[in-house]
Design a protein around this ligand. Sequence first.
Ligand SMILES: *[C@@H]1O[C@H](CO)[C@@H](O)[C@H](O)[C@H]1NC(C)=O
Ligand SMILES: *[C@@H]1O[C@H](CO)[C@@H](O)[C@H](O)[C@H]1NC(C)=O
Length: 393
Amino acid sequence: MLWNTLLLFLTPALARTRLPARDTDPNDLSIYKQAIYLPFTKDFSSDYTPTVRGSINGRSFTFPVDTGSTGLMIGAPLLPDVDLSGSNADQYEQGWEFLTSSSLLYNGRFVPLDVTFYGSSRKYTAVSKVLVLVVQSVIKCPAYNSTTGQGICPDGGSVQSTASPKHVTYMGVGFGRNVAGSGLNFGSSDHNPFLNIVNINGRSTYSFRTGYVVSTTGVHLGLTTRNTRDAVWVDLDYGATDDWRDWAMVDMAMRVNEGQDEYAGKALVDTGIPQMFIQPPPGVKLPTVRILNPATNPTTKYTSRITNGTYLDFAFPSFQDGVAGYDFEVGDESFPSQPAYVQPVAGRPSTYFNSGRNFLFGFTIIFDADGGRFGLICLKCNDDEGYYGSGTD
Ligand SMILES: *[C@@H]1O[C@H](CO)[C@@H](O)[C@H](O)[C@H]1NC(C)=O
Ligand SMILES: *[C@@H]1O[C@H](CO)[C@@H](O)[C@H](O)[C@H]1NC(C)=O
């Protein structure tokens, strides 16, 4: 009897000392010590993509932080130290990127470079060792097919534009973007500047949780208990490659006008655009109006918008298991995360939502590349109707 009681008391203690790994929570962020905060260079706004400061080969750059694409592109004239002349270029892989939002097709070579990001002062740095697309040509090619294009604009498919490699500085840090038809064939984790950090403040990364936090004020590289406080989490599906950092876009569901039907799909919080895109499931018609296309170089005379007054309700990852969400009436300008407009789209392999960057007025977002999780910190759950998540009791 006595021995049994003693054993009951002793066993858990012994087990814990002998097998510490078994008891460790793989998502316990308290063990990570290294992180850096990169403040945005300007106040966050619906009107432009936020940017951070940095340098490559001693030359200063202002890098956009676009969570809707993946890969760093720098025009060849901006990196004179990189010699792509003649057969020198042959040592580097040929590559391209197509950005659907601008119809710009970039061609060049992938060059491994050290990219330095600056914290609140130049004393604080993060260094990424990453493949950079050094851009030798850029053309506006509305006729480009992202699935089959192979970096080549079809004959007669390009239009006049002022785009030139001299002006190319673009950075995509999104995850789950390297899927067929995205135009981001090379947008895998080894091309993502924020997922290849090797050094923080002069020390190599020895205690670093690969991932980032994006808010309206800046970016934290490296996840810690502190910079993820109050987050709720959604597990991510595996990505398109078997890279350990490659995860699919987050699951989200939508309801329209308080209807019973739930439309489940993949969601992108895209800091590169102010508007929202929705691709409903096949056969589902959303309330839309046809308008004259206001684009500067419209490829079609008319385009469509979700009708103002339509009530949209979103949940991460689903309504049943929702850990966070938001809802609003399209066109209601008092709602902080109201997109510039809401456009129905087609052509992607499945149901898809792009919240646009104004989402960040309601939530700070987190990508945990080590843990395969997407995190949300609700900023307005206590004072604004229309949001729920952490901060809501
Ligand atoms: C691109 O090509 C694929 C395969 O031929 C085709 O199914 C798809 O409709 C094309 N996309 C566009 C936008 O033309
Ligand atoms: C919807 O409402 C917004 C804000 O009031 C307005 O700017 C926009 O033009 C309206 N859109 C349409 C398609 O009517």
